[in-house]
Design a protein around this ligand. Sequence first.
Ligand code: GTP
Length: 346
Amino acid sequence: MDSLLKHMVDMTGHRDHTMLDISVISAVQELARASQTRVLTIMHVRGQQYVRARASICAGGVARMEEPADVNALGEPISSYPALAACIARNDTSAESLSEDGKRTLWLPIWIGEKVDTCLEILHPTPYTSDTIHVIGGIVSVYRNFQNLLDYSERDSLTGLLNRKTFDDQLAKMLHVTAEQESLEPGREERRQPSDAEKQWLAVVDVDHFKLVNDKFGHLYGDEVLILIANLMQSSFRSQDRVFRFGGEEFVVLLRSTTLDNAQKIIDRFRTNVESHDFPQVGQVTVSVGFVSISPYESPVIILGHADQALYYAKSHGRNQACHYDQLVSGGLLHAVASNDTAEFF
Ligand SMILES: Nc1nc2c(ncn2[C@@H]2O[C@H](COP(=O)(O)OP(=O)(O)OP(=O)(O)O)[C@@H](O)[C@H]2O)c(=O)[nH]1
């Protein structure tokens, strides 16, 4: 029981999804004497479900995060896990399978309302007693409640998008990973990257003339426009991209690993989706976008400042368009300010 309490204290002491994953699999692994425990992400992409491990621990080992070799890979189709697929299809909370070579696997999907995007997978050599199942059930409940709480603190209450604080954390992580990858290729910093190279991108999105929407139709309709735009963002961008609301009528998107051509296409698809949407009562609404590639050699403030400069260019040159910072600079339409000062534009 001491051990159970220790694990519960550990799990509830985290304010970060990664550490929560690590502590839940460490707890299950030890208390359920598993041979392997994993946290799986269930991704929903265009009506299909995919499974990808995000943390794992083996007997006698330490828990670790699973970093996918390719961040764009969706994982395995759920059909590779028939017992889990059937369990999710019937909205169930557990499934077991026994393979021909005697390996037992227990899957515990974590339901939050009608949605499931996480599952615990426990491989165990011998059948579980009802006491062990009871302990595992308790750990899973605490894990689910804590995930829920963390999720709530990471999101904007009006649109349900990720909030500004989560953006700061995720951009810092993205810069760190990119810097690590580039350090594996010395000299890359100085080399000019080809225009078809895959990069990470940051786009700042601002609703055009939003004050007019509020003034003409009232704040309730204004709020509805923001919610519908948030929905259009979720459906227009890819599952590996991240969408944030910065507050007001400003949104930010982090686009993962794609070429300039693709980034422009993905952003324009969203922009035209907004332009062609019929907003109840309000009619047509448009957005302007400024975007920039993310370099680990620049600070978040500078990266955001560049995207903002491109956004203001789009605003002051007709709105309802997406402008690329580097293209504006190389075309002489914007002036880059060479500076190490992180307060360059503020
Ligand atoms: N309904 C609603 N309005 C908001 C919210 N947050 C900020 N606003 C309003 O958004 C409007 C932003 O207006 P401005 O910054 O002047 O910009 P704009 O009218 O969109 O003009 P441009 O950006 O130049 O195209 C203000 O009227 C704010 O009151 C919100 O959560 N809900």
